[in-house]
Ligand binder design. Structure first.
Ligand code: 6R9
Length: 633
């Protein structure tokens, strides 16, 4: 897009915000009943509400599939690439239509109706997308749980949203290793008595137990249902999905997105950032977003954004370094990927392996490179740009969150100049504000906490089952504004540089982990009296997990116990939560009122023990000396 065109968008918005969004909604989506209302929202406590296009009716799966059938029925919709290079196949929009309809009919045959919740615990295979789109087709609300989560984490999420149906697979294969999805699901379901049906997809062919009456094989069930299923008309504000994400306190929150606003936001941002010039066909590109559908990036930019636009999207069920660190570039070339979107953690890991793994593969078909999930350090940005992109491909660093539905701050290619390490400027309709600790607005070049002062169509609408928590978490810290939880610097050119989380959330390899979750897993171990968890700098992961553990009086510190505790957390939550460092501490630094002073723990974990600052308010300042002496960094 040219700078003039982007400016014209900003101008149109400034002149008539509602008109702009209604235009976008009507032109980019297919409606059963077109909306006449755009945004209707207030972030104020006494009138708190968020609605977009509330009088419109549409169906998301019809937008992602049916509307393309006339013009693109035979065109590829999904390119599947398995764990082994070349293990895969392509599906056309027509194929996708039939599979999604069948999946929807199988769900219906198990009693799933509009508004019911369906949990999806799957590998990165097309059937995961079928299940998501099938839910959307019949108005069921999906909750995808990342396949790397433990049985306990899965069970908690199933119970929280009261799902009675689970979609899973016999197993998964990642980096040559097996993931026992069905076994995990069976363990989880021991504590989920309300789940009456499991739709089981065959992926590995592993021999798995099948519970009579509860479990049905997808490949059997699909034979006995119709390949057509009419899409359910949905109000724009009807719930579309729940996705659990970690926050600074308590259990993961069920972020709820609704149909019309979310779909417009992912359709709009996909086209703006990753599509070709206006007027050209989106299907000229092959788009590869490497995220798993278990995360928001997989929802918005593997499945919904690309398919809504009629694009060709890759689903990859492998890892960046299997069978070798050239996998991304080998596969990109073999499949003909032109737009590639991944996380900084993967870029940093591959950068370490040396340039040969990249340069031995032809990358001339690549035209654009994107990143998401965490701040990208300028060194990794430059390597991505010059070595992978041969200096030809724009690097689009996209800042956004599960809560925002789609990208918020990013350089629109062709229209916004990039700076290595900056997500650059807000997209049309995004209104960032930097505030100080008291909520005072900071002008010009400044560093502070990042808020958004206006709603946008893709904004989450509630925390499932706890609307009060939604308000408290995001709108009470700085009244009248949405608080992102991120710190941010704005430079003299008005460019935004996200500095990372300012709350008790750790960003491990682009995945959010709440310190409270890891702490509660640790204290569940019989030998642990108390635990405090903070982030530490990590060369590849961006941030690692540093745990301080106080043992019960009858337990002895040992390397074996340290390893046991690390494995314990891994089993309780999942591999991504495994502490990178675990320090035994005879006591934790607490104020006289018993509050743990995390600032001190953070400084020690960051390798800056001399910067712990004032410790005079501690109940026992001597504790800090021991922590410093035994620090692991
Ligand atoms: C999409 C996604 C959200 C948090 C967010 C921020 C960090 C994401 C970023 C970034 C700097 C970027 N984050 N993208 N930080 N630059 N381009 O990752 O959602 O899993 O909810 O994480 O990730 O800290 O607040 P989610």
């Amino acid at each position: 897009m040219t700078p003039t065109k982007l400016q014209a968008m900003h101008d149109a918005l400034a002149k008539d915000e509602d008109g702009f969004w209604l235009d976008q909604a009507r032109s980019r989506l297919d409606w059963i009943e077109e909306p006449n209302e755009a945004g209707d929202w207030s972030f104020d406590a006494n009138d708190f509400h968020i609605r977009w296009f509330a009088d419109g009716k549409l169906n998301l799966s019809a937008n992602c599939i049916d509307r393309h059938l006339d013009t693109r029925g035979g065109q590829t919709a999904i390119v599947f690439e398995g764990d082994e290079p070349g293990e895969g196949y392509e599906l056309s929009y027509r194929d996708l239509h039939a599979e999604v309809c069948r999946f929807a009919n199988v769900l219906k045959s198990r009693g799933v109706a509009k508004g019911d919740r369906v949990t999806i615990y799957m590998p990165m295979i097309p059937e995961a997308a079928f299940a998501m789109l099938a839910c959307a087709r019949i108005g069921a609300v999906h909750s995808v749980v990342f396949g790397g989560f433990s049985p306990d984490s899965l069970a908690g999420r199933i119970r929280d949203c009261e799902s009675s149906v689970l979609v899973t697979a016999d197993g998964g294969r990642r980096g040559g290793k097996s993931i026992p999805l069905k076994a995990n699901a069976d363990t989880a379901l021991e504590s989920c008595p309300d789940v009456h049906s499991v739709i089981l997809v065959r992926r590995t062919g592993d021999d798995v137990p099948v519970v009579e009456g509860r479990d049905v094989w997808w490949h059997d069930a699909r034979e006995s249902v119709d390949a057509d299923c009419p899409p359910e008309p949905m109000a724009a504000e009807d719930p579309l999905f729940i996705l659990y994400t970690s926050g600074s306190t308590g259990k993961p929150k069920g972020v709820l997105h609704t149909t019309g606003g979310y779909l417009l936001w992912v359709t709009f941002t996909y086209r703006l950032l990753f599509g070709p010039e206006e007027g050209q066909d989106v299907a000229e590109d092959l788009f590869w977003c490497t995220a798993d559908v278990g995360w928001i990036t997989g929802h918005s930019y593997v499945v919904y954004g690309p398919l809504s636009n009629g694009a060709r999207t890759v689903m990859f069920d492998g890892v960046p370094n299997y069978p070798d660190p050239g996998r991304f570039w080998e596969t990109s070339h073999r499949l003909g990927v032109s737009v590639f979107y991944t996380a900084p953690t993967a870029i940093r890991a591959l950068m370490r392996e040396g340039d040969d793994w990249v340069t031995q593969h032809d990358r001339s078909q690549l035209r654009l490179l994107g990143t998401v999930g965490e701040p990208i350090n300028p060194e990794a940005w430059k390597w991505y740009s010059t070595v992978v992109g041969e200096g030809r491909c724009p690097v689009v660093d996209t800042w956004w969150q599960t809560e925002t539905g789609g990208t918020m701050i990013a350089p629109v290619p062709g229209a916004v100049e990039t700076k290595p390490g900056s997500a650059t400027r807000p997209l049309p309709g995004v209104r960032p504000q930097l505030v100080d600790a008291e909520g005072g607005e900071l002008d010009g070049a400044a560093e502070g906490n990042l808020c958004l002062t206006a709603s946008w169509p893709g904004q989450m609408r509630t925390v499932y089952g706890d609307h009060e928590r939604f308000f408290q978490t995001y709108f009470s810290t700085y009244p009248g504004r949405y608080f992102t939880g991120d710190g941010c610097r704005r430079d003299e050119d008005g460019y935004y540089w996200i500095t990372g989380r300012v709350d008790d959330v750790i960003n491990v390899s682009g995945h959010r982990m709440g310190t409270a979750e890891v702490e509660s897993a640790l204290v569940a171990h019989p030998n642990v009296a108390e635990a405090a968890v903070v982030g530490m700098p990590h060369e590849i992961k961006g941030q690692g997990i540093y745990a301080y553990v106080t043992l019960n009086a009858d337990a002895a510190e040992s390397d074996e116990l340290r390893e046991e505790l690390r494995q314990w957390v891994r089993k309780e939550i999942g591999p991504i939560a495994t502490p990178d460092a675990l320090q035994f501490a005879p006591a934790l630094p607490k104020t006289r009122s018993g509050k743990i002073m995390r600032r001190i723990l953070r400084k020690i974990a960051e390798g800056q023990p001399d910067q712990v600052g004032d410790v005079s308010t501690l109940a026992d300042p001597a504790v800090v000396e021991d922590l410093k002496k035994n620090a692991l960094v």
